[in-house]
Design a protein around this ligand. Structure first.
Ligand code: PNS
Length: 162
């Protein structure tokens, strides 16, 4: 039976740190479903459609990584995909408390679902979607921190190219 992991997140937008986690996740799992939370109440820079497009383009050379969106509880979505593993990346200690809470709540909701953490690659330790958006908003060069398709989209979004 194929081992499927769900790699959930907001991915607003996807960064090279996310790509690294998904690529390395493929060494543990046969298939990874990158799952974007569809949450209309939260303010995102990119629409879900834009985020799907950027993720699909970033993972176009990985047939075992697919992109989907989900609503509601993550563990229920995982069950609907016949997956018992949630993949998350962990950066500095500052990530720990939130990740710990999330993992424990998910475990309480469905005990059969395990959360698997991969430590981020050292290069990506300070890479986050929010800091990248902040830099890009003011014209900062974020080359090498996000896939080229995301870099372009950010420049368009903030009016640096049309
Ligand atoms: O990239 P993020 O924003 O840190 O990802 C958070 C995400 C999407 C993994 C988390 O908010 C989530 O799983 N939301 C769905 C609702 C849910 O199941 N929450 C956890 C138990 S209350």
């Amino acid at each position: 039976m194929k081992k499927i992991a769900i790699y959930p997140g907001s991915f607003d937008p996807v960064t090279n740190g996310h790509i690294d986690i998904a690529e390395r996740g493929l060494k543990l799992f046969d298939k990874i479903i990158v799952a974007i939370l569809h949450n209309p109440v939260k303010d995102f820079l990119f629409t879900v459609e834009e985020r799907v497009e950027m993720l699909e383009s970033s993972f176009k050379d990985y047939p075992d990584i697919t992109v989907e969106t989900f609503d509601g509880l993550l563990v229920d979505y995982a069950a609907s995909r016949k997956s018992t593993a949630i993949l998350r990346g962990m950066r500095a200690v500052s990530d720990f408390e939130y990740e710990f809470q999330l993992a424990l709540m998910n475990r309480r909701l469905r005990r059969e679902v395990q959360t698997v953490f991969l430590m981020t690659g050292l290069r990506w330790i300070f890479t986050s979607s929010s800091i990248i958006k902040e830099a890009a908003r003011f014209g900062g060069d974020i080359t090498g921190m996000v896939p080229p398709v995301v870099n372009k989209k950010l420049k368009e979004k903030f009016g640096f190219i049309s």
